[in-house]
Design a protein around this ligand. Sequence first.
Ligand SMILES: C[S@@+](CC[C@H](N)C(=O)[O-])C[C@H]1O[C@@H](n2cnc3c(N)ncnc32)[C@H](O)[C@@H]1O
Length: 272
Amino acid sequence: MAEAVFFTDADFEQYRKLIYNESGIHFTPTNRSILESRLKERLRDKDIDVRTYFSTISRDKEELKNFLDSITTNLTRFFRNQAHFDALERYVVPELLKIRRGSPGTTLKIWSAGCSTGEEPYSIAMLMNELLPPPWRFEIVASDISLKCLISGKEGFYEESRIAGIPPNYLKKYFDKVNGGYKVRPEIMSRIRFDYHNLKNDSGQRNLDMVFCRNVIIYFDEAAQTSVIKRFWDAMASKSFLFIGHSESLFGMDTQFEFVKTQWATFYRKFI
Ligand SMILES: C[S@@+](CC[C@H](N)C(=O)[O-])C[C@H]1O[C@@H](n2cnc3c(N)ncnc32)[C@H](O)[C@@H]1O
């Protein structure tokens, strides 16, 4: 007897639509196998078929969250795309300090959107801590759709194999060596608030000085990318900066963000 098909074209279409509507993540026939293998993994212990599971996630919001978590790609590392951090140090922070001089607040507000397990916001925090002269301060909101990642980021513990990329002097200054790895010290941890947030929705944040959303919108289609970028625009202060991944672009998008090319890296700014 022929083996029953695990995941038919009709199943794929149903799942694809639900995932897109709920998260903006866009599966295509080309990357269907990724969805299939993650779904198989998710269903392994549940002992139900894809159709029963689809009905479950259609009515159970908590299970839907867990499912969305399970299909995300969370690859990240400390100081990923070093060129962005060079541009932050040499161009963006000096510019912001000039621009904001004389303004009533002295706290720079930063959002790491799609922060995965925390390497990105911690990298930003360490560098900002080095760069800002008193009385300047900074605060970072780090958000993701993956609860597993947020828990791990909040814990701030990284195994030896994951700390490559952290300059040795930062490792010494901002981490404690603990059993099997390193733990972020409280003074850096306290600058970051980890928060569940789905980029499909408005985060409610306003007047941000910098947004990092790197290697996230690559998983969205054009329409979902355009609405996320529009929400970033609304969340950002006048004269602020946006970093997206180096394989991502706003080219051809209907947006007022200006492209900035420096000798270190390219990024975007909101200058009105
Ligand atoms: C590849 S990681 C990038 C991590 C980090 N920004 C970096 O560049 O190293 C992409 C992250 O985006 C998150 N993500 C995907 N869709 C999302 C959505 N709709 N809302 C919030 N986060 C999302 C995933 O859970 C994942 O952790």
